[in-house]
Design a protein around this ligand. Structure first.
Ligand code: CUA
Length: 331
């Protein structure tokens, strides 16, 4: 049934309001930089914006002047001079200055501090596999949330397991593609603790919009505590019902998901060893809580259609509840 004109008008107003409010929230904006690299990009943006304003003002003033000046003066104008000044000299000077500024800013984006930590991020349809690298290889593996120490540079090695994705956390750095068969590098840095939302910025299929991620910057001491906790394998639950949850998890989920200390390493789905320490599930799709976990496991294909994980709606409710209780214990 077609919507009434009143209803569709209300919908339009609602959609416009939602868009405006999104803009006000202050997240995912390249114009709200929280680190040196993003700040440098924001400066280029503002330089181009004010430069464009100046050019617009100049051109508009000249056009108005051409209209209002007297016919006698118009006769005396040399068009070749105007073309040389406005069509050649001005663009050459402006674009050369902008190019020099851009090249200088880009070089600063590639300079890596000596104490930088290295993290590998692998794009999958539609989630982010995150590996923290130490001197002797992988230290920990997590997904969709990247914790970093505030004030320290982080070198991201970006790869893809399937199609082209793009890593973009606007408050921290520019975009960088994840391309199958090659490794790209991106440096991010957050100056202060906070949660910075990011998003896959290259269309990669049905759930591209739900391929979000969060960078959580913490004080260095808190980051070390977090890292130590993540290094540890999952604790083995003490009570009987939780053990049943663990068993049900191994039977149903361990073919794709790893819980270190519980099941063999698998990489088809996100590592869940410390799932309860994450803020979101489904790559930024839903806040991590009991209701959402229950819903996401039972109705995966409704909440994230096309994702590799089948809905587990056929699980008996007791087993489902016990799996969720077990997952919630994985701090
Ligand atoms: Cu991954 Cu879009």
């Amino acid at each position: 049934m077609p919507a009434s004109p009143e209803l569709s008008k209300n919908r339009t107003i609602l959609a416009a309001a939602a868009l405006l409010l999104c803009g006000c929230e202050g997240v995912q904006s390249a114009l709200e930089p929280a680190g040196p690299h993003a700040a440098s990009i924001a400066r280029i943006w503002w330089a181009m914006f004010w430069g464009a304003c100046a050019v617009l003002l100049l051109v508009t003033s000249l056009a108005l002047y051409a209209f209002i000046r007297s016919p006698q003066r118009r006769e005396r104008t040399r068009p070749d001079r105007i073309i040389l000044a406005g069509g050649v000299a001005l663009p050459v000077v402006t674009l050369t200055a902008l190019l020099a500024y851009g090249v200088h800013a880009m070089a600063s984006l590639r300079t890596l501090a000596e104490d930088a930590i290295e993290i590998e991020v692998v794009g999958n349809r539609w989630w982010w596999d995150v590996h923290y690298l130490g001197e002797d290889g992988e230290v920990i593996r997590t997904a969709n949330e990247i914790r970093v120490p505030a004030g320290r540079a982080v070198l991201l090695s970006l790869r893809s397991n399937d199609v082209i994705h793009s890593f973009w956390v606007p408050s921290l750095a520019g975009k960088m593609d994840l391309i199958p068969g090659r490794t790209n590098r991106l440096i991010i840095q957050a100056d202060r603790p906070g949660v910075y939302r990011g998003q896959c910025a290259e269309y990669c299929g049905a759930q591209h919009a739900r391929m979000g991620m969060h960078v959580i910057a913490e004080r260095p001491a808190d980051f070390s505590v977090w890292l130590d906790r993540q290094r540890a394998p999952a604790t083995v639950p003490g009570d009987e019902s939780m053990l049943r949850g663990r068993q049900a998890f191994v039977q149903r989920c361990a073919g794709c998901h790893t819980v270190r200390g519980t099941s063999e390493a698998r990489s088809a789905g996100p590592d869940l060893t410390h799932l309860a320490s994450r803020e979101f599930i489904g790559a930024g799709t839903l806040p991590n809580n009991r209701e959402n976990l229950l819903a996401f496991i039972a109705r995966t294909q409704e909440l994230k259609p096309g994702s590799a994980m089948p809905s587990q709606g056929d699980l008996d409710p007791v087993a489902l509840e016990s799996i969720v209780a077990y997952l919630e214990s994985l701090h």
